[in-house]
Design a protein around this ligand. Structure first.
Ligand SMILES: NC(=O)c1ccc[n+]([C@@H]2O[C@H](COP(=O)([O-])OP(=O)(O)OC[C@H]3O[C@@H](n4cnc5c(N)ncnc54)[C@H](OP(=O)(O)O)[C@@H]3O)[C@@H](O)[C@H]2O)c1
Length: 316
């Protein structure tokens, strides 16, 4: 099969496109022919050598994709060849063929297109667990999303708006500000302004996947509020003094999606909760930016340069 592979960690220059050995399934696994593969910020951390990557020689990045099952092991009863699935926690996804234990496959409802399913997989399941397992906002709560126009921010905005939460956000430009307002945000601040001086101790929750903005997130958080910290798209967060948090009864909650996708039932339950927003028209997915897998290097550079305002996908 063809894959995007690399032998050393580094910049996008380490990525090569070419032939690697096909995966072989065991009795509990399914083989998937990928149609669209999701690219995420974590793939950049992994390519640089800054984040855990599953051992393989040569290395193949990517943990998320959408495709069709083309073979099943003899113990697999829940899936058959021809089933349309997504996956969000399976290694070696930057390839034409991906194998996985059947429990990692998530069936895509007929009403949801390939592009939408591929675009909401990992980011949508993350937005869902951040909102429903960590922040647990009530209708009427006021929340702020750092990097509201990113892939995750857009989905989070729509999920929270559908949950009747009042969403505010921060974005880097006027066009990204407009985009977030169109998705339901009440107000979006421009990052370079000093908006935060007028909003001290205001928000019930602040969703922060930017990292560098953590002190600002704590500043605008209400007493007894919680910052949901989930990534470092803008750089590593500053060190935080827990005594300062105690003095203001402010909390930081954090988590990794994979600790919430623990078995077939949790994947099914969580994806059904997410797919319902799409089926009900409450999540509208912006057209993804699609690169061919052969042109994967350009896709990594595009994401890394901060050019994306939505999902970046690779098409084998
Ligand atoms: N915890 C988990 O399980 C989990 C799962 C998936 C993803 N994540 C994390 O979630 C975060 C967002 O992922 P994504 O897929 O939505 O990425 P994305 O589409 O590339 O969005 C990244 C966002 O970060 C913002 N940003 C970049 N630099 C910033 C800075 N210096 N200050 C403030 N904001 C900044 C950008 O805002 P502008 O566009 O306005 O510049 C952009 O909206 C990443 O950190 C990722 O690692 C976590």
């Amino acid at each position: 099969m063809k894959a995007l592979y690399f032998n050393d960690f580094g910049t996008s220059e380490v990525l090569n496109y070419g032939d690697v050995i096909d995966p072989v399934i065991n009795q509990d696994e399914v083989l998937v022919k990928t149609k669209l593969i999701g690219l995420n910020f974590a793939d950049i951390y992994r390519r640089r050598g800054d984040y855990h990557i599953e051992a393989r020689n040569p290395m193949i990045n990517g943990y998320e994709g959408m495709g069709i099952i083309i073979d099943t092991g003899k113990n697999v009863t829940q899936f058959k060849s021809g089933d349309r699935i997504i996956f969000a926690d399976v290694p070696f996804a930057n390839a034409e063929l991906v194998k996985m234990n059947w429990e990692h496959a998530i069936k895509v409802p007929d009403e949801i297109t390939d592009e939408t399913a591929a675009s909401i997989g990992l980011q949508g399941l993350t937005a869902d667990f951040l909102a429903h397992d960590l922040a647990k906002n009530k209708p009427g709560d006021q929340v702020l999303i750092q990097g509201i126009s990113g892939g995750l921010g857009q989905l989070l905005t729509q999920i929270l708006t559908a949950d009747k939460v009042k969403v505010f956000g921060v974005a880097s430009s006027v066009s990204k500000q407009k985009q977030a307002m169109n998705l339901g945000a009440k107000k979006v601040f421009i990052r370079s302004s000093d908006w935060d001086n007028d909003y001290v101790d205001i928000f019930d929750a602040v969703y922060d996947g930017a990292g560098v903005s953590l002190n600002q997130s704590l500043k605008v958080l209400k007493l007894k509020g919680r910052v949901i910290f989930y990534g470092m798209a803008g750089g590593n967060p500053p060190k935080i003094d827990p005594i300062e948090l105690l003095n203001q009864s402010k909390s930081i909650m954090t988590g990794d999606l994979w600790h919430y996708l623990t078995d077939y039932e949790s994947r099914k339950y969580r994806s059904n909760r997410l797919f319902k927003y799409v089926k009900d028209g409450e999540i509208i997915v912006k057209s993804p930016k699609i690169f061919s897998l052969a042109d994967g290097k350009a896709a990594y550079e595009f994401l890394e340069a901060g050019n994306s305002a939505g999902k970046v996908l690779l098409r084998p």
